[in-house]
Design a protein around this ligand. Structure first.
Ligand code: C5P
Length: 219
């Protein structure tokens, strides 16, 4: 008899993180950022002597890893990497690492154990389709590439990495979308029973309120 689960999926820059965090806060549910888990593994690979294409070595690394979600962020093997996982370098390599079956299997298992009792809002790419296919509410958040690039630039400026053009970001986003939705294992896809919200022109408050309304209808 588990508590409800909300699954929030969608491409990069659709506003998932901010909205998911707000929804969790307002409903008193746990927030699970699965992208941060893939980013932390990517960070660890980049900071070890492992070749990025050596899937066997990466599988070995992942089988021994200690990933800890903290109230404010994430730790890997005891090291707080909450900020380190947001660099352009990690972002550039995360799609390749997260396409590996061994990486996905290990992380999905950990995500499902977090969700065993329910009472969580999880965000990612495959939450409604693979991680929690029985979630009570599934949301697919998206926005135009232009809007998403604009938001990304804003985030990067705020973290002192704004030395990049909107055009470059649009290209990066398109490439990451393509890779995430064409990979073999658990590609980014809207679950058939997910409700799509296009966030162009909507504020964070608008989107949060919409999801909370939908949640109250199903729970
Ligand atoms: O959401 P965020 O941008 O932090 O995710 C980073 C990357 O992690 C995505 O581009 C995707 O390659 C991968 N990811 C994934 N499955 C998830 C969450 C993230 O493959 N559930």
């Amino acid at each position: 008899n588990r508590k409800p689960i909300i699954a929030i999926d969608g491409p990069a820059g659709a506003g998932k993180s901010t909205v998911t965090r707000r929804v969790a806060q307002e409903l008193g549910l746990m927030y699970l950022d699965t992208g941060a888990m893939y980013r932390a593994i990517t960070w660890l690979v980049l900071n070890s002597n492992i070749n990025l294409e050596d899937e066997a070595a990466i599988a070995e690394l992942v089988s021994q890893v200690n990933l800890e979600l903290t109230p404010k962020g994430i730790k890997i093997n005891g090291e707080d990497v909450t900020e380190a996982i947001r660099t352009l370098q990690v972002t550039a390599h995360v799609s390749a690492i997260s396409a590996m079956e061994s990486v996905r299997q290990a992380l999905v298992k950990q995500q499902q154990s977090y969700g065993q009792k329910g009472g969580i809002v999880a965000e990612g790419r495959d939450i409604g389709t693979h991680v929690f296919p029985n979630a009570e509410l599934k949301i697919f958040l998206t926005a135009s590439v232009q809007e998403r690039a604009r938001r990304r630039l804003q985030d990067l400026i705020e973290s002192g990495q704004g030395d990049i053009t909107v055009n470059q970001l649009e290209q990066d986003i398109q490439l990451r979308d393509y890779r995430d939705s064409h990979r073999k294992f658990a590609p980014l896809q809207k679950a058939t029973d997910a409700i799509e919200i296009i966030t162009d022109g909507l504020t964070i408050e608008d989107v949060t309120a919409k999801i909370i309304t939908l949640y109250r209808e199903v729970v």
